[in-house]
Write a protein that binds this ligand. Sequence first.
Ligand SMILES: Cc1ncc(COP(=O)(O)O)c(C=O)c1O
Length: 374
Amino acid sequence: MMPLIPVNEPLIGEKEIEYVNEALKSGWISSEGKFITALEARFAKYTGRRFGVAVNNGTNALILALRALNLPEGSEVIIPSFTIISCAIACIYNNLIPVFVDAEEDTWNMDASKIEERLTERTRAIMAVHIYGHPVDMDEILKIAQKNSLYIIEDFAEAIGSEYKGKRCGTFGDISCVSFYANKVITTGEGGMCLTDNDELAERLKRLKNLAFIPEKRFIHFELGFNFRMTNIQAAIGLAQTERIEEHVAKKVWIGKAYNELLKPLEEEGLIKLPVEKEWAKNTYWMYGIVLNNNLKTTSDLVMKKLADKGIQTRPFFYPLHLQPAFERFSWFKKEKLHVSEILYKYGFYIPSGLTLTEEQIIKVVSALKEVLL
Ligand SMILES: Cc1ncc(COP(=O)(O)O)c(C=O)c1O
């Protein structure tokens, strides 16, 4: 068996071990402690937001954010079809209805020009998700949100450090959510955060993530909350990671640009499409995706299998949410046709993009791809 080049690997340094040891020795091993507050402050500052509320994963960050908005039951939330299921789950668990919008062919993000046709009198929010490191067209989304008095939940789990027109992803949502899963630009093992500039929303997020305890009346609850607390031990890892965040972002960009350069000939031959970087965007290439041209008479499944045989690990693109079998039992589920998302799933996949990837490994991945495709 050939050595495997993993699709992703976290970068864990000595500082993480030092901080985790400190947390353990201090006895603050649950969700209070100095690493939680330090991580919240430092990551909020990096993102450019006033408040950060750490939670135990990115899915729960989205659930919490929608709960904090207190939308009427049955309200509709515009979300991309081409994204992780967490985005739809966050709606459904809040008794809200996800309304799916197709993707753009080049950025793979939600096509903002198709949002307005999906609005109804029940639409209350738009979930703006940045896919694989490239920002979604925020101006268009902000314009529609403002015109129709809609909230924006921003999901920048895949776009830490990415920028839209010079502004960092994570600064656009009424509440912005992020994940610190092991494959993200920074990790806490499992973890996430909600960020906002709004005092009242920040208070609600803090309260709701902690079983809706209120300090004045301990054990009397006026609302149903969640236990979405991150531990001080996880935050210790996260703080060490956040201290090096610029380095992590730079490494992702370096990997992305290296692949761009080396895979260009395959694109020029019309075999694959590479990720783009719009003139208004900073793409951090969180995961380096490629899309096979559909005239190749092969699909991502087959190519991924051949790459696996050569020791290269890959992952398929998202399965479109508008086709998910898990939603079939819901009355709102229409199984509509969203052509671009379906094509992306069929022909797209991503190649090794982890923070530990070396130049030598990048060259190996590229030559394996060439062998498979040429
Ligand atoms: C865009 C996006 N949102 C949300 C999540 C969910 O985060 P978590 O895995 O931490 O629950 C992920 C992936 O992990 C993601 O890629």
